[in-house]
Design a protein around this ligand. Sequence first.
Ligand SMILES: CC(C)(COP(=O)(O)OP(=O)(O)OC[C@H]1O[C@@H](n2cnc3c(N)ncnc32)[C@H](O[C@H]2O[C@H](COP(=O)(O)OP(=O)(O)OP(=O)(O)O)[C@@H](O)[C@H]2O)[C@@H]1O)[C@@H](O)C(=O)NCCC(=O)NCCS
Ligand code: ADE
Length: 291
Amino acid sequence: MHAFNLQPKKLSLAERLADMAVDALIDEADLSPKPALVDRRGNGAHTDLHLGLMHASALSLWPAFKEMAEAALDCGEIGLPLREALGRIGREGEASMLATTGGVNTHRGAIWALGLLVAATALEPESSAASAVALRAARLALLNDRYAPQPLSHGAQVAQRYGVRGAREEAQLAFPAVTGLGLPQLKRSRAAGAGEQNARLDALLAIMTTLADTCVLYRAGEPGLQAMQQGAKAVLDAGGSASLGGRRQLHALDQQLIALNASPGGAADLLAACLFLDRIERGDGLFPGVC
Ligand SMILES: CC(C)(COP(=O)(O)OP(=O)(O)OC[C@H]1O[C@@H](n2cnc3c(N)ncnc32)[C@H](O[C@H]2O[C@H](COP(=O)(O)OP(=O)(O)OP(=O)(O)O)[C@@H](O)[C@H]2O)[C@@H]1O)[C@@H](O)C(=O)NCCC(=O)NCCS
Ligand SMILES: Nc1ncnc2[nH]cnc12
C-alpha cells in the first residue's frame, strides 16, 4: 500500500467552476502594474488592502462559488428560486469575506459578477460562448431578489448623485464592458504577440475606457472617472502595455489615479470576470481531458 495517493481527486463541475472563479480572482490580483490597484508592487490607492489579503479573500469565496454552481444545477433553470438562492449564498459569501479580511471590502463586486457567471455556466456548461453565458447571467440579474437588503451602499450613493447604476446594471446588460471591450482586447493583444500579462493589462484598460466605476466615482467624483477613462484610452492609443509609449502612459496613469485616490475596483472585478469567461470559452479546466 502506498503512503500517498498521487491520483488527482476527481472534481465535480461545481468544484471546477469554483476553482476557476478563485483562479480568476488571484490572477487579477497578481497582474502588475495595474493603475492604482493592489498588485505585486504594492497597494495602489488603498490603505486597507494588500496582496495577501486579496489572495485570502479570493480563497475564502471558494465555498460560496461552489454552492452557487450547485444551486444552479439543482434548480436547472433561470427563475426566482435560483435568483434568491444566489442572493442568499452571495450575502453569506460576503460575510465570510469580511470575516477573513477583518471587515475590509475586497471583493463585493466580484462576488456579484462571478457568482452570476458561475451559476450561468453551471446551468448550461455546453453553451460556453462568453456572450451566451453573460446573457444567462443577465437574465438572473434582472430578477428581483425579495430578500435583498437595501443598504445605502457606496454604489447606491453614487447612483443618487450621478445617475449611474454600476455593478447591477453592468450585469443586467450582460456585461458589455467585458464581452464588448475586455475580451476582444485580450484576444487582439494576444494575437498581436503582446504576451499574456500585457494582454491582460490591455483588457483591463479597455474595460476602464468606458466603465462607470462606482468606486472611482465615490472616491474621486467625475474628474476621477474622466481621468480613468481618458488615461486608459491614452495607453491603448499609444500602443498598449507591450509598447514603450504605452508603458510610459500606464505609469503616468498609475501616478495620476493614486494622487486622485481613484481606485478602479469595479474594473478590476470585471477583469476577473473577463479572465473567467475566457477560460470557460476555451474549455480550460471545465472539461478536463477534453482537447
Ligand atoms: C449588486 C451589488 C453589487 C451591490 O451593488 P451596489 O451598486 O449597491 O454597490 P456597492 O455595494 O458599493 O458595491 C458594488 C461593487 O461593485 C464593483 N463595481 C463598481 N462599479 C462597477 C461597475 N460599473 N460594474 C461592475 N462592478 C462595479 C465595486 O467592487 C470593487 O470595489 C470594491 C473596493 O472598493 P473600495 O472603494 O476600496 O471599498 P469600499 O468599501 O467601497 O470603500 P472604502 O471604505 O474602502 O473607501 C471591492 O469590493 C471590489 O469588488 C463596488 O464596490 C451586490 O453587492 C449585491 O446586491 N449583493 C447581494 C448578493 C447577491 O444578490 N448576489 C447574487 C448574485 S451572486
Ligand atoms: N486588485 C484590486 N485592487 C483594489 N481593489 C480591488 N477590487 C478587486 N480587485 C482589486
